[in-house]
Design a protein around this ligand. Sequence first.
Ligand SMILES: Nc1ncnc2c1ncn2[C@@H]1O[C@H](COP(=O)(O)OP(=O)(O)O)[C@@H](O)[C@H]1O
Ligand SMILES: CC(=O)N[C@@H](CCC(=O)OP(=O)(O)O)C(=O)O
Length: 319
Amino acid sequence: MLAVLPANRSENPTTQRKTRFMTDAPVISPIDQARILSEALPHMQRYDEETIVIKYGGHAMGAENDAKAFARDIVLLEQTAVNPVVVHGGGPQIATMLKRLGIKSEFAAGLRITDGATIEIVEMVLAGSINKQLVGYINEAGGKAVGLCGKDGNMVTASKATRTMVDPDSRIEEVVDLGFVGEPEKVDLTLLNQLIGHELIPVLAPLATSATGQTFNVNADTFAGAVAGALKAKRLLLLTDVPGVLDKSKQLIPELSIKDARKLIADGTISGGMIPKVETCIYALEQGVEGVVILDGKVPHAVLLELFTNQGTGTLIHK
Ligand SMILES: Nc1ncnc2c1ncn2[C@@H]1O[C@H](COP(=O)(O)OP(=O)(O)O)[C@@H](O)[C@H]1O
Ligand SMILES: CC(=O)N[C@@H](CCC(=O)OP(=O)(O)O)C(=O)O
């Protein structure tokens, strides 16, 4: 038998809830809402059953409501048959905790120099608080998130990272000892393959183990690139707090070739935390990821805008 529509639709609790949500939003007619959904169809079809790695940076996280909105968009992706894999950062949150504990922290080439005391805090903040918070938000939005780090199932093994820096005064090159900072060497997909495509959303903290069982702190962009490369992901999205890669006059560069990106690193236009981000994009492209984008995660629904509309935001890096 056909269900009888309620005579007064506003008495329907579902309609009431929707109406309440709509009060703060710009007025969009129901027909426009339907049109927007319909226009998303070809985009959804393009990503059907495809794996998309989304790196959610510590700066992009912002307030609780922003993280909850991000989580909701991730659930929406999964609902449309995309396979999202979330890798999160937490640099600013680690910095806050280290400061509270009176532990000094320094960076070299965008990487945190990580001693024995620091790695304990890094693991606590990344795999403990941030990871479980994001898992909670995704699950609250109706998803089934599984929080892991690279140590689980030996997913990501790493070797000790080193960087050569040029002393600005003497111009002499010196090797910087970064301590327990790891460079991903191998990604074992056994565990991830148990989750992807089974309605489960992996949420990964960027920690790895060495061959001898040492825990390594891995830059979250580098970690995301290694995972995206191993998965041959369709897209890698790096969400940060700037519109994308900016030129010397702070203008957004919408597209960047690998060659030009390398030039911008060499001439100092790209510096600090943007270096591992761009290096990650280059690595991921070389590993067969189809498209990589650096974008502003603070823009509401940044992920949906990038994937499901014609409005490309941020910097697309290509071969
Ligand atoms: N050319 C550049 N374009 C944009 N951002 C840059 C550039 N060079 C350096 N940066 C810095 O990189 C930062 C992003 O890296 P990071 O702080 O590690 O972000 P996240 O926490 O999202 O990984 C920006 O906030 C900006 O200060
Ligand atoms: C080695 C290294 O630098 N690790 C990073 C890991 C977290 C991270 O990368 O977080 P964001 O993406 O928010 O910057 C750190 O200790 O800050």
